[in-house]
Unconditional design. Structure first.
Length: 184
């Protein structure tokens, strides 16, 4: 015997907590201590740029059963450039093109996620590339879509949301350093 036994029923843990009354006893049911049997990672991208590539690299490092990049098509004229950029960067992850009428990303994103979570053994991780601006006031321009997606998915079952920051200050410094060293 290995000393470890697997119970067929969920484990129950009781926590005693101080006031207020409704928090005195809480029961946590642990259904699967080993985690999901199947993991899928989706990376919504707005284009092919360094932040998106960094998020894809992170997504692949999670070793899921599937990784997919998702591009929400709001303008058909942009599609050839995005597909060409995907191929030029030799990204070895499939890029799924999803129609997003009227720039509404919510319903198409939920449809893609639920296509995977229809299987009860699957957890979907949504990896968001996020631009971190050099100055605080630039936050008004950046990451509004990421905030929207985080709020949208907060209560979606079987979904984990994570962000991969890409610091624009560091990118600008690297670009400046490489261009100044090339002119010397």
């Amino acid at each position: 015997m290995s000393g470890v036994e697997k119970a067929d029923r969920p484990s129950t843990v009781q926590l005693k907590v101080g006031e207020p009354r409704q928090y005195r006893t809480a029961r946590l049911v642990i259904r699967s201590p080993n985690g999901p049997e199947r993991s899928v990672v989706l990376v919504p991208v707005s284009g092919v740029h360094d932040a998106a590539v960094r998020a894809i690299v992170y997504a692949k490092s999670l070793h899921p059963a599937e990784v997919e990049g998702i591009y929400f098509v709001t303008d058909q004229e942009e599609v050839p450039d995005v597909v060409e950029g995907w191929h030029d960067r030799r990204i070895d992850v499939p890029l799924i093109l999803v129609e997003a009428a009227f720039r509404d990303l919510g319903e198409p994103l939920l449809t893609e996620i639920r296509r995977h979570t229809a299987r009860p053994d699957t957890v979907v991780t949504v990896v968001l590339p996020e631009l971190i601006p050099a100055h605080w006031w630039e936050n008004i321009l950046h990451n509004q879509t990421a905030f929207y997606i985080k709020r949208l998915l907060l209560f979606e079952p079987q979904v984990v949301v994570t962000s991969v920051p890409f610091h624009l200050r560091d990118a600008a410094a690297t670009t400046t350093a490489s261009s100044s060293s090339g002119t010397a």
